[in-house]
Design a protein around this ligand. Structure first.
Ligand code: GLN
Ligand code: ZN
Length: 768
């Protein structure tokens, strides 16, 4: 029979239970035992959901308190000494690496966290030493969790990050020069030991994720697959479990040489047939003679109901070639990127609700598709009929089509993408107009979202306070953060974004063409979750979205007030976007809506406008080449279209939450933003070298401290950081700001950190 499988399930629980438990634990309000018990409860609940949905192959070890890559770092004892030396409890050492630790005389920042492929999930980067060794933890988590499920009567398939991906996604620690992949030989024995332990515990198969196989890989990494999988495949059946090797988020066609030479002896291969359905035919040709295909036909990255008819056809193509025993119906990737269940959505419009499927519903989908193929369409007749109806309803609904929007898109011109003058001329005007000192200081937008803000917003949403009362409250918040910025003596102010729950959702709620949810949270990093709005149809702006708050803020502020918008690509990428029209079309619709907002802000007296594009990079196709260039071209155009409606004297800022754009620098430069603020505090300042090398003329604020952690940087630390940056940037180019927005921080640490930051800027102002 054709089996069904899920590659991973979201961890947070129905009501973000894990977030709540973690945060209570960090705040000293929940005991360690209770935190661990809550983790156990969630794992059991998630296994049970999948079992009840009829899923045959259920994952374990997909759960993580913070991040699954971090789980592996700890399990392999790849823990930098600055953490291990404190002999903390394992879970505390784990959180110290994930989020830093500043308590009881210990002061250590977190490990670097970066985006997981092209998703908005962040993983903790393995950070390796020149003399790195690996040993397997005493009671390895995958074995523990496998046994936990077994005890509950559920035999699971443990999920591991594969050795090649683990290393290839890692980096040398600061001051070290090791090439991570060179550590493979040292790492493999630990995997062998782990696989043996899993087998002893009763695991018949494991899922080993090697998602780097969708990249263009350097030769050294390519060559690592053979020794790795010769060793691990040799254990199969006898000393170790059967291996299903999983890839996702792209195709593996360009890496068939690796599959042919190194991976045909694994028990099975999983490929993503949602993202790249066209790879199926070739994959079938390259499978080993006995190898099983895990066909990822249910989208793990989006919330659209599967088209059963199409999925069944795909699976049947594979069955014709391989037979039913050699095909598994699977989610395209882990469901980590989808919300927990549609059942929690009580306010969704019935018409659009019928188009959606979240993690729990997707578990049912794989099981229905598998059944249809195994037993024939009649065995799931009513499910197939209902599905065909939903698919049809979405394709023909009026909600998806707005002729006005289409008309405006057709009329877009090249000129609309360009500012009136070059940067040099613009800057002259901006200098006169804004009168900023050198080393201008600013923040990225949000200030701490306090308990009080959340309470008032909730009351407003529930109708417990009136719109007027809420507005008064927001105005008071704005006045308060302006007073604090006065005290801190910052140069360009922000209004603090108290009215925004989230930087994309806020806009989604104000745009036509969006649907939004009440419980559809997705993990972004650690305990942080986002609730992406859903683009269901053509997008337009019925009314200004941010002008009221920015205008008010400017009216009570004595320094320039920066307007704050989320850019078109970020609105697109951090939403669940449509899969029925191209992303570029959706991005242009968003750009036009934002363009109107930018022009309205300027008219309201806002002369510095920041258009955040932290998601620009994650939209980048994973492989270099034509596809990537195409993306960059429409992405850059969308940004420019949103920004270019203003006068020369208005200063356009943009912000990115990463500093690695060496490989697409030309696109960053092409945005033509007057000022870029970028995350930099945890990366090597050397990354800024590209700005001199490319003679970048405009202004840049590389973040001087990390905002993901409550740790307070000292004034000296920031001065040192600025000195490092000045090796690569001209003094007149440099802005001084934190890495990102401050909404997740507390006021106490925020004020201290910003005081140190402003002092460090003033020191440089004197010096240059
Ligand atoms: N303006 C946003 C903020 O400060 C930017 C957040 C982001 O880049 N992720 O919160
Ligand atoms: Zn940011």
């Amino acid at each position: 029979m054709v089996q069904s499988s899920v590659l991973g399930f979201p961890r947070m629980g129905r009501l973000r239970d894990l977030k709540k438990a973690n945060e209570s634990y960090w705040g000293g309000k929940l005991s360690r035992e209770d935190l661990l018990a809550e983790g156990k409860r969630l794992r059991l609940e998630h296994w049970k959901i999948q079992k009840d949905a009829g899923v045959d192959i259920i994952p374990s070890n997909d759960f993580a308190y913070y991040d699954h890559v971090l789980d592996h770092i700890q399990m392999f004892n790849a823990i930098p000494e600055r953490y291990s030396q404190h002999k903390l409890e394992p879970i505390d050492e784990y959180f110290a690496m994930g989020r830093g630790h500043q308590k009881d005389g210990i002061d250590v920042p977190s490990l670097e966290m970066v985006k997981w492929f092209d998703s908005n999930y962040h993983y903790v980067k393995p950070t390796l030493q020149d003399n790195q060794t690996f040993t397997l933890a005493q009671d390895p988590k995958p074995v523990r969790e496998f046994l936990e499920a077994k005890e509950a009567g559920i035999i699971t398939r443990p999920v591991l990050v594969g050795p090649v991906s683990f290393l290839a996604l890692g980096k040398a620690d600061r001051g070290q020069s090791v090439d991570p992949i060179s550590l493979l030989e040292k790492l493999l024995p630990v995997y062998e030991e782990l696989l043996q332990k899993l087998k002893e515990a009763g695991a018949e198969t494991v899922q080993i994720d090697e998602p780097v196989l969708v990249f263009d890989l350097p030769t050294k990494v390519k060559n690592a697959f053979k020794p790795a999988y010769e060793k691990l495949s040799a254990l199969q059946g006898n000393k170790g479990p059967q291996i299903v090797l999983a890839t996702y988020f792209g195709d593996v066609v360009h890496n068939f040489d690796i599959i042919d030479s190194a991976l045909q002896n694994t028990y099975g291969l999983h490929v993503d047939l949602v993202r790249n359905p066209e790879q199926l035919t070739k994959v079938l040709e390259h499978l080993g003679p006995k190898q099983i295909l895990s066909a990822g036909v249910v989208d793990g990255r989006n919330i659209w109901k599967s088209n059963f008819k199409k999925a069944i056809e795909t699976v049947e193509t594979a069955v014709q070639k391989l037979g039913k025993e050699r095909v598994i119906v699977a989610t395209s990737s882990s469901l980590l990127h989808t919300p927990h269940t549609l059942a929690s959505e009580k306010k969704l419009d019935e018409e659009v609700r019928d188009w959606f499927s979240f993690a729990s519903e997707k578990a049912t989908e794989v099981s229905v598709i598998a059944k249809a193929v195994t037993e024939g369409a009649n065995s799931v007749k009513s499910e197939l009929e209902a599905n065909a109806k939903s698919v049809q309803s979405r394709a023909t609904s009026k909600r998806t089509n707005n002729p006005e929007v289409k008309k405006r898109q057709e009329a877009v011109t090249k000129e609309q993408h360009e500012r009136q003058s070059s940067f040099t001329e613009r800057y002259e005007q901006q200098k006169k107009h804004l009168k900023l000192p050198t080393f201008p200081t600013t923040t990225i937008g949000s200030f701490p979202q306090t308990q009080d803000i959340r309470i008032q917003r909730n009351k407003f949403t529930k109708g417990e306070i009136t719109a007027e009362e809420y507005e008064k409250f927001i105005e008071k918040e704005i006045r308060d953060v302006i007073a604090i910025q006065d005290e801190l003596d910052l140069d360009v102010y922000v209004h603090g974004e108290p009215e925004r729950n989230d930087m994309v959702q806020y806009f989604g709620e104000r745009l036509e063409g969006y649907a939004f949810t009440t419980h559809a949270w997705v993990q972004s990093y650690g305990s942080r979750c986002v609730r992406p709005p859903i683009i269901v149809g053509d997008i337009s702006r019925p009314a200004p979205m941010t002008v009221k708050e920015s205008k008010y803020a400017a009216s009570v502020s004595k320094k320039p007030m920066k307007g704050m918008l989320t850019g078109p690509i970020t609105c697109l990428r951090w939403s669940f976007f449509r899969d029925d029209v191209h992303q570029s079309v959706q991005a242009q619709q968003l750009a036009l809506a934002l363009r109107d907002e930018v022009v309205d802000l300027e008219a309201a007296g806002i002369y510095v406008i920041q258009i955040d594009e932290p998601a620009l990079r994650e939209g980048l196709p994973l492989r270099a080449g034509a596809e990537r260039e195409k993306y960059l071209s429409w992405a850059v155009d969308s940004f420019k279209l949103s920004a270019a409606g203003v006068k020369d004297s208005t200063q356009i800022h943009s912000h990115f939450c990463y500093s690695e754009f060496q490989d697409f620098f030309h696109a960053i430069a092409a945005l033509d933003a007057d000022v870029l603020s970028i995350e930099n505090s945890k990366s090597d300042a050397k990354l800024l070298k590209v700005f001199i090398d490319e003679a970048y003329p405009r202004h840049i604020g590389p973040g001087v401290y990390d905002i993901h952690s409550p740790r307070i940087p000292s004034e000296q630390e920031i001065k040192d950081r600025l000195a490092e940056m000045l090796q690569y940037l001209k003094p007149e180019q440099l802005w001084v700001n934190p890495d990102c927005g401050l909404k997740t921080r507390q006021w106490k640490e925020t004020k201290q950190a910003l005081t140190n930051m402003v002092n460090a800027a003033k020191f440089n102002r004197e010096k240059y």
